[in-house]
Design a binder for this molecule. Structure first.
Ligand SMILES: *Cc1c(COP(=O)(O)O)cnc(C)c1O
Length: 410
């Protein structure tokens, strides 16, 4: 656990007075749960038979040969239930909430991946689930809204601000402040007021723990780990096992979007657009506009489209323990195509940012030390985004014929 919730100058617990006590209770309950063998045994059972762990570590031999650099391995986190790493944290926190006697879970979601994972975990554990989602996101992510509702969740559209993720977080915080006696706020990334960054990292650290074992089983070690960074949960879960191992280089990849202008990307650590700020209950680096307001962001991948970054990653970046770089929308799309063609593996657009950076590294260096990519999610969820980018005319025809088929065409 971090000292008083700080990682160097980042982190903390900047919330309204009324939420101080619920956060203290959460921290205590979390510490107790981690010391309870029954809780840990149930967690292992859920990870194994609900989430589908361990996820494989795949040797990408074709890709390695084509790039001519070091051997590349891919941690296939996208094979976890609901298609991404988010379920690791969702099931862990839902179990914790149930142990605390809570009956209701609230969550925020942007594109809907965290909402889907949380709704599935709540269905599994018999908890009521309410997901706050910006109205703009509700409209453009209908398939995920349908998924959440299938799992029994109530999706609440948020109409304030830009009607996207940051507004959904504000609304969830407001709900929690008035209902914390019955309700747990299940935050989806390694950010927010302490102890959330510690809780999320802990439940995600199964990714790094498994990877370390799988590398040892194959007789490989050292090298470079690469993960994409939105809020930082898949990266922290992947990296945390290796933080004290100086033979392992850690690379975080941000969304370079469509260019360097503010509003066109989500580069907080490897660019110059971010400043220290306190938003959503914690201190970190945030993208701001000329007036000092939280800036709009852009990425082809909805999951990397967040103006801040988890406090521990911000600290590790400033210390130089994690190196940050970025990949553009175009590079991410190229990486999706590359690994699909060479390995038969379809990366989520988020994870493809890590894939793109790994391709760049592999072309630059000759080494027998491995590059290990965390494929945080699988790409099937993105077909509505990638299809019009890759084959626009065919996609339009498909949508028109679908509209005709369901009787919607006028
Ligand atoms: C949400 C998401 C991310 C970004 O979130 P982090 O907290 O930075 O991991 C990355 N990849 C996938 C597949 C996601 O769904």
């Amino acid at each position: 656990m971090s000292t008083l919730g700080y990682f160097d100058r980042f982190g903390g617990r900047y919330v309204a007075e009324i939420l101080q006590q619920p956060l203290v209770e959460l921290e205590q309950a979390f510490t107790e749960a981690l010391a309870d063998p029954a809780f840990l045994a149930e967690l292992v059972e859920q990870q194994r038979n609900f989430v589908g762990r361990p996820t494989p570590l795949l040797y990408a031999g074709n890709a390695s040969r084509e790039l001519g650099g070091p051997p590349i391995y891919i941690k296939l986190e996208g094979m976890a239930h609901t298609g991404a790493h988010k379920i690791n944290n969702a099931i862990g926190q839902a179990m914790l909430a149930k142990r605390m006697g809570k009956t209701r879970i609230i969550a925020e979601t942007g594109a809907g991946q965290h909402g889907i994972a949380t709704a599935a975990a709540c269905a599994r554990l018999g908890l009521e689930c309410v997901v706050y989602m910006g109205d703009t996101d509700v409209r453009r992510q209908q398939p995920n809204v349908a998924g959440m509702e299938l799992y029994g969740a109530t999706v609440v559209p948020v109409h304030s601000g830009a009607k996207t993720l940051k507004d959904a977080i504000n609304e969830a915080m407001r709900d929690w402040a008035t209902h914390f006696e019955t309700t747990h706020y299940l935050i989806g990334s390694a950010l927010g007021p302490s102890p959330f960054p510690d809780i999320v990292r802990t439940f995600q650290s199964i990714i790094g723990d498994e990877t370390k074992r799988q590398m040892a089983d194959r007789g490989i070690g050292g090298g470079t780990l690469v993960a994409c960074v939105g809020g930082g949960s898949n990266a922290m879960g992947f990296f945390s096992t290796f933080l004290d191992d100086p033979s392992v280089r850690l690379v975080g990849v941000e969304a370079g979007g469509r260019g360097p202008a503010i509003g066109d990307h989500a580069v907080r650590m490897s660019g110059s657009g971010a400043e220290d700020g306190i938003i959503h209950g914690y201190k970190s680096r945030f993208l701001v506009d000329a007036d000092g307001q939280v800036a709009p962001t852009h990425s082809v991948s909805a999951g990397l489209d967040y103006p801040g970054i988890g406090p521990q990653l911000a600290a590790l970046g400033e210390r130089g323990r994690v190196t940050f770089t970025s990949a553009t929308d175009t590079e991410a799309l190229e990486a999706v195509k590359f690994f699909a063609r060479t390995e038969g593996v379809m990366f989520a657009l988020e994870s493809a940012h890590a894939g793109a950076a790994a391709i760049r590294l592999a072309r630059q260096q000759e080494s027998d030390k491995p590059i290990v990519i965390n494929m945080s999610g699988r790409g099937e969820k993105d077909l509505f985004i990638t299809s019009p980018l890759l084959r626009l005319e065919e996609w339009k025809e498909f949508l028109e014929s679908e509209l005709a088929r369901i009787g919607g065409a006028e």
